[in-house]
Each structure stands twice: as C-alpha cells, then as structure tokens.
Design a protein around this ligand. Structure first.
Ligand SMILES: *[C@@H]1O[C@H](CO)[C@@H](O)[C@H](O)[C@H]1NC(C)=O
Length: 150
C-alpha cells in the first residue's frame, strides 16, 4: 500500500482529485465588492511543502474586467510570511465579461516554510487600483517526503 501511494505521489499532480473546497471569508462586507467569490479549490490539499500548489477561485463579476492585479499575502500564526503581486491577466484570460469565471493561481512557497496551518489573503484590483474583491481562506502545508498510509 505504501509503495502504491509513493508512486502515486510522484505522478499525482494533475491526476489525483486531491482538491477540496475551502471556506472563504471576505475581508470586508461582501456588498463592497464587485466580484463575489463562490469558493476556492486547493490542489493538492493539503499543500506539499516545496511543491507547486494551485488555488482555483470560482467567482462572479457584475462588470466586465479588462485587467488589473492580484495581491497574494500568506500568513502563518497571524504573521505575514509571503507577499506577491501578479498581473490579473496571468491568472485568467482577459478580458473577463460579466458572469462567472475561474481565477487559477499557482505558486510554490519557499522550501523553508514550516508545515502547518496558513491563511491566504487574495486581493483583486482593477486597472484603476479599485478593489474588486478581497477574500481569505485557510490551507495546510505538510511535509512531502513522508507519505503516510494512515
Ligand atoms: C484549476 O483551473 C485550471 C484552469 O481553469 C484547470 O486547468 C484546473 O484543472 C483547475 N484545477 C482544479 C483543481 O480545479
């Protein structure tokens, strides 16, 4: 059993349904945001330390979006340990017309990141630095080398 899991863990990345919907909270009042978020899928879940993780955010926009940026902040025990900013059009295909869309964010956290519970805050802004949405959700990071068959 263990060896099967080890083999799978090498090929797993896109194949295994190790994804999960996390509970999403808005940073402010939901009504403040033009983009409403339905959910986040984290893959793999838990995230494996030093390996790429994908966060797929399903959302709805009331207005078309031509561009902007995404600010990602990662917190560990309330301390901000990581910040990065991306062009919004790198994470979805622009322009986005009004309706549903999926923002797909892939990142690898630094290998020194200790395993544990993290909180990710994502802010989406349009081209005029106007906040379209701000959400946060929790995720876990585990050691990748120890695959347990429990
Ligand atoms: C995340 O979104 C990308 C692009 O839409 C898709 O290819 C991928 O399968 C999605 N992953 C999950 C876990 O939903």
């Amino acid at each position: 059993m263990t060896s099967v899991l080890v083999v799978l863990s090498f090929t797993s990345f896109l194949l295994l349904p190790f994804s999960h919907s996390a509970d999403v909270k808005y940073c402010g009042a939901k009504d403040d945001y033009a983009v409403k978020v339905q959910g986040v899928k984290i893959s793999p879940d838990p995230v494996v330390r030093g390996k790429a993780a994908t966060f797929n955010i399903s959302a709805t926009t009331g207005q078309a979006i031509s561009g902007g940026k995404v600010v990602i902040e990662v917190y560990y025990f309330g301390l901000r340990v990581h910040t990065e900013t991306h062009d919004l059009c790198e994470e979805l295909s622009c322009p986005v017309s009004a309706g549903n869309f999926v923002l797909s964010h892939t990142q690898t956290l630094p290998g020194i990141t200790p395993p544990g519970s993290y909180n990710l805050r994502m802010t989406i802004e349009d081209n005029h630095n106007h906040k379209l949405s701000c959400i946060s959700f929790n995720f876990k990071i585990i050691f990748g080398s120890l695959v347990s068959a429990s």
